[in-house]
Design a protein around this ligand. Sequence first.
Ligand code: GLV
Length: 325
Amino acid sequence: MSKPKVFVTRIIRDQGLDLVKDFCEVDLWPDELPPPRPALLERARGVDGLLTLLTDRVDDELLDAAGAQLKVVSNHAVGVDNVDIAACTRRGIPVGNTPGILTDATADFAFALLLAAARRVVEADAYVRQGRWKTWGPSILLGADVAGATLGIIGYGRIGRAVAQRAAGFNMRILVNDPNPIPEAEQNRVQAVDLDALLRQSDFISLHTPLTPETRGLIGADELAKMKPSAILINTARGPVVDQQALYEALKARRIAAAALDVTDPEPLPLDSPLLALDNLMIAPHIASASYASRDRMAYLAAQNLIAGLKGERLPHCVNPEVYG
Ligand code: GLV
């Protein structure tokens, strides 16, 4: 019996790729950079399954190019803002994602950014390398205290909760803002507040919302203006959740103290972006889930979702279960 045909849009970790290769006839995009749009449309033609990354736009055009035989889209990410879910659902195509297994790695990284921004780790490294370290000094590179400070978490899903666990270890006061009610069992640990209160009271604000029409531009000029001048903003969610121009202006004018971003808009951030001239901004290249174990598990789960879809079975993690009627 012939194997199902799939297009895998980048080399993923062997834990997933080997599984896909065992079950499928694989067309694998070999480059470090994602397939350009015309190549993606061309390589998708006639496949039974697509294993995509967050850099690939999955929309009507791509689904039409693939053809009516397409059975599954497996996205190697927890976020699915690159996928037009409604377009997949209309065609009865299940979409898989990779939640849960990257929660700790992402929360670790959000906390790493928080600590590094508070204590100016990147600036300190540059200070040493630039030969500016002349002596121990009582006022050199002073930073913000983390222990005992107030952390505002916007988006209290899996990753937001995991960040709260870490913050509890630092005796932080934790405010959360989420459309869903906070379960009673957690109410002794975190306090649910409206966005306005969170913005005004937090020393650190960490974003953990998915990117949706409601969260696009959630942190704009008005929200930044409500933050404390000493506030530090951390974004490991999606770049467009923050209005980047407004953030640039707030940082430049020191209306907030600092920001640390793992995600930007666009990605990659162009080298001539004015953001890169700011000394109170730290930027990482979207690596919050990039621990060995997390990326191995993401690849494996993306492969499992893909194969389940090809077999006509329910995906282990399906973002549009309505396709199952
Ligand atoms: C990474 O950003 C992901 O959504 O998995």
